[in-house]
Design a binder for this molecule. Sequence first.
Ligand SMILES: CC(C)(COP(=O)(O)OP(=O)(O)OC[C@H]1O[C@@H](n2cnc3c(N)ncnc32)[C@H](O)[C@@H]1OP(=O)(O)O)[C@@H](O)C(=O)NCCC(=O)NCCS
Length: 178
Amino acid sequence: MLKTVALTPADFNRWAEHMNRQIAESGRDGRPFFSPMEAIEFASIERRARFENGLAKPVFEPTWLRMWAIEGPDACLIAHLDLSGSNIPTEQHRATLGIGVEEVFLRQGYGRKLMVQAIEFAQHNHIEWLDLSVFSENKAAICLYLSLGFEEVGRRNDRFRIFGRSVDDVTMTLRLKG
Ligand SMILES: CC(C)(COP(=O)(O)OP(=O)(O)OC[C@H]1O[C@@H](n2cnc3c(N)ncnc32)[C@H](O)[C@@H]1OP(=O)(O)O)[C@@H](O)C(=O)NCCC(=O)NCCS
């Protein structure tokens, strides 16, 4: 199995390359959509600033960020998971989670490996809730989240129209304490 690495501000370029590859797979060749963006470029000045600033902040400081990735051949990243804190100071007991594995590496346990690592990090840092959004058609992701104890807490039908197709958005959350 390939190894997990915790990303640092120096990893921006290889992270952006992976994100560009991975998000381009959304809705491709009959796969479900998993991103609301029809076109996106991750290697931008704004994203670099958010990446570098967020990773440098302590957990619980608004807009903090932590990322883990699976390192593939040639030090390329093939999967990522990000945890981020809100920009609102009164929401710092929660974190928002995002995840993606490149298609060639699906169903090899990397998604679960990253999720378990993020949950352990959150527990260790006394974060009390993990939140995420997932499209209702994304059965693979929903199965993974349900298997780890996430519950559906809300749904916005017809939230996005991606290339003209209506997509329902589900909010899921995991209670870590209490
Ligand atoms: C969701 C995702 C992260 C799962 O990653 P993965 O590495 O393929 O998942 P794993 O191999 O670790 O499998 C973990 C669990 O996910 C679920 N799962 C994964 N693929 C599945 C599929 N095609 N159908 C049903 N369940 C699936 C299963 O519960 C599986 O557990 P099991 O192997 O014990 O049955 C991956 O499909 C992905 O990155 N998709 C594209 C991006 C995306 O959807 N991101 C999430 C947006 S909210």
